[in-house]
Design a binder for this molecule. Structure first.
Ligand code: FCB
Length: 479
């Protein structure tokens, strides 16, 4: 048992005590909350273009205004301080800092994040910056986007600019958020921006995201003080077989390769998995991987960011599952290249407003897996949370008991993983605020704080009060 495990105590009835120093955070992303889409030199990102394309986002919603965080940031930091939240994971909008994706940084863009970070530090909240949460400058997409190698090089340049400007204030950085979504939803199934649907482009994008990550880590390290922490956030899919048959286990292997090992292979082990190269061999010979790329990608990381919402259940296709549903929206195109013989199944049990099954055991198992496979790499849950159909009652209160249950159960899973020896250092609730949920627009509310969109008014939900207590005490009650 490690020290963290010893410090994670559970006394029946008294709740679960997390280790000293465990980070209690909340998370957001630039396009989902900022608004001010055309202010202070910001140019369109692929999400501006995509959301303006008819039929792509529910109700035709865009991030033009979003939660208006660009103007309300001070109020939002005050909210976090009131709630006693210890860390804030936010993302930098690349098109605000480097509007064309090339050349020098725009001062006004940097100033926005400087002010935000100063305010966070002033209130004792640790800033955790993500460089890329999906808002690629449109100009770079016009030049070919992530399927092109040059985008990875541009990304490293931008990382250097961001670190030069904010590195004296921000000590914890992650490069990419969920590159799986960028590559396979953005270029494969097309349910995310830029909405392209070509399986080879999706694989090329995955490689150039990997390369962008590796180059960006090097750019960050060159610009940041030695005590800075660098990482990446992956939406590790916890993949389970529908049955114990050999065929269904092979479906798990195949999806694990396309969802997880396509990133963890090069990033954490310096190689693409052999089975992935073989499975996709009918589509591409992977000659877009150049000599030396894997060395660039395989950079030491200080922790791995893990986003988890729900498990994935697969079988060998026999017509009973669905090939295209992956929980992120429907498309005639698959996000899973060369995996036509795999079917996806809805896991049993209750679901959130996204239709995602609630399954905290999946988080426990995933943490144990990564803790065992990569024992020297600390883990941080950089996103976990749930959407429900929240509303303000006539007294102006938002009661969301189902979200409290969801978060409590997932925190209990994290606690169990720590007790069992996994090095988990923090938990970031997705999300601080209700926000623009990508293809679902404003129809899905993930916030601990309710946003009344017509007025921008923020109302902390019951879950925010509950989480506040957890963050202040480090104890999860009633678990
Ligand atoms: C993740 C994204 C985040 C949010 C949640 C619900 O895939 O990183 O922006 O949309 O899902």
């Amino acid at each position: 048992m490690g020290t963290a495990a010893q410090a994670a105590a559970s006394t029946p009835g008294a709740g679960l005590t997390f280790p000293q120093g465990f980070l209690w955070g909340s998370a957001t992303a630039s396009y989902q909350i900022e608004g001010a889409a055309a202010e202070d030199g910001r140019t369109p990102s692929i999400w501006d273009t995509y959301s303006r394309t008819p039929g792509k986002v529910r109700n035709g919603d865009t991030g033009d205004i979003a939660t208006d965080h660009y103007h309300r940031w001070r109020e939002d930091v005050a909210l976090m301080a009131d709630l006693g939240i210890g860390a804030y994971r936010f993302s930098l909008a690349w098109p605000r800092i480097q509007p064309t994706g090339r050349g020098p940084a725009v001062q006004k863009g940097l100033d926005f994040y400087r002010r935000l970070v100063d305010e966070l530090l002033e209130k004792g909240i640790k800033p955790v910056a993500t460089l890329y949460h999906w808002d690629l400058p449109q100009e770079l997409e016009d030049a070919g986007g992530w399927p092109e190698r040059a985008t990875a090089e541009r990304f490293a340049e931008y990382a250097g600019l961001a670190a030069d400007a904010l590195g004296d204030r921000v000590k914890t950085w992650t490069t990419l958020n969920e590159p799986w979504c960028s590559a396979f939803l953005g270029y494969g199934s097309g349910v995310h921006a830029p909405g392209r649907t070509n399986p080879v482009d999706a694989l090329r994008a995955a490689h150039h995201l990997n390369l962008g990550h590796g180059l960006a880590v090097q750019a960050l390290r060159a610009a940041l003080p030695a005590d800075a922490q660098c990482s990446v956030t992956l939406n590790i899919h916890h993949v389970r077989p529908l049955s114990r048959t050999e065929d269904d286990r092979d479906a798990v292997r195949r999806i694990d390769a396309l969802a997880n090992r396509v990133f963890t292979g090069p990033m954490l082990e310096g190689a693409y998995p052999e089975d992935l190269l073989k499975d996709t061999g009918t589509l591409t010979d992977w000659s877009f991987v150049h000599d030396g790329d894997l060395r660039q990608i395989h950079q030491p990381l200080d922790f791995l960011g893990v986003n988890y919402y729900t498990p994935t259940v697969v079988s060998r296709a026999d017509g009973s599952g669905t090939h295209t549903s992956d929980g992120h929206g429907r498309s005639a195109h698959t996000p899973w290249p060369a995996a036509d013989e795999v079917a996806f199944h809805q896991p049993p049990g209750e679901t959130t407003a996204m239709g995602w099954a609630v399954d905290a055991t999946g988080l426990y198992e995933l943490l144990r897996r990564f803790g065992t496979e990569f024992p020297d790499l600390p883990l941080i849950i950089t996103e976990n949370g749930a959407a429900f159909d929240d509303y303000a009652d006539p007294e102006g209160n938002v009661n969301d008991p189902a979200r409290i249950d969801y978060v409590r159960d997932h925190l209990a899973a994290v606690h169990r993983a720590i007790e069992d020896g996994t090095d988990v250092r923090g938990y970031f609730l997705w999300s601080l605020l209700d926000n623009f949920e990508w293809g679902y627009g404003y129809s899905k509310r993930f916030g601990a704080v309710y946003v009344d969109y017509p007025t921008g008014t923020r109302i902390p939900k019951a879950s925010a009060r509950w989480y506040s207590e957890v963050a202040r005490t480090g104890v999860v009650p009633g678990a």
